[in-house]
Design a protein around this ligand. Structure first.
Ligand SMILES: [Zn+2]
Length: 264
């Protein structure tokens, strides 16, 4: 029924036979197939005054109904850093995969800046120089950087006995902040295409899982994530909203979120 199997099992990163690659490969092929079948028109996403992703008919769609809080809590006998590393790597893979489903619609023309709600994200290069870039460039910077970090054995050690570096937690925070930007952009600029591919359940579930995870370990400043609080409130509620609800009051645009562009 669903195009991607939502991967929620955390396999050991220390296993030589890494599950991610194997699990994700066939999925990508399925998406490619589905894409050619139900190809959304490649039109520019309109400036979305109304947040379609807040409508009850979409927010109720999930692919799993696990208790996400229970899912992210540190299991007894598992090292905190190991748990953070495992989850961060999983989220990186899943968010990268989710973005790849709409990447052909995220171009320098359609997304001239990395936007989410009324925020524009700027990339800061290694010297700290602020750079304006298109959304696909920004996502590429994020994914390349994260890929480099999670595969660096000095930062995300995979060999038993090798210590995590002192900067590990701050790097995890940095990664999660960037991954949040990508998720926010997916909702803000590519929700229509996600719906056309029938992948909104995956996006909702992935987002809710991610938010519950970063909240559990205080990984991203709430000031950073507040632009999406309206959605987080709905999706991270313990029980999904009743399907019969006539119209959700939260589907109205937040009054504070208009006519104000934030630069980060
Ligand atoms: Zn885009």
């Amino acid at each position: 029924m669903h195009a991607i199997d939502y991967v929620v099992t955390h396999t050991s990163r220390r296993s030589e036979d890494c599950a991610y690659g194997r699990a994700l490969k066939p999925v990508t092929q399925i998406i490619a197939l589905r894409k050619s079948k139900t190809k959304p028109n490649g039109k520019k996403p309109p400036a979305e005054e109304k947040k379609q992703y807040l409508e009850a008919e979409f927010t109720k769609v999930r692919v799993v109904d696990f208790d996400l809080k229970e899912l992210v809590m540190l299991p007894r006998e598992i090292d905190l850093n190991e748990w953070l590393a495992s989850n961060t790597t999983t989220f990186f893979n899943l968010i990268n995969l989710q973005y790849s489903t709409i990447s052909e619609f995220c171009t320098g023309d359609t997304c001239q800046a990395m936007t989410a709600c009324n925020t524009i994200y700027y990339w800061y290069d290694e010297r700290g120089k602020k750079t304006k870039c298109t959304a696909p460039q920004y996502v590429d910077f994020v994914m390349s950087l994260v890929q480099k970090l999670v595969t660096d054995d000095d930062i995300f050690p995979t060999k038993y006995g090798k210590e995590f570096p002192n900067a590990f937690e701050s790097l995890v925070k940095k990664i999660c902040r960037y991954l949040f930007h990508v998720l926010a952009h997916l909702f803000w600029a590519h929700f229509k295409e996600t719906v056309a591919l029938d992948l909104q359940g995956h996006l909702n579930t992935l987002y809710a899982h991610f938010i519950v995870f970063i909240r559990e370990f205080n990984l991203v400043d709430p000031k950073e994530t507040c632009i999406m609080d309206d959605l987080s409130e709905i999706l991270c509620a313990p029980a999904p909203p009743a399907p019969a609800a006539p119209s959700s009051p939260t589907s109205a645009p937040s009054p504070s979120s208009h006519n104000h562009v934030t630069e980060r």
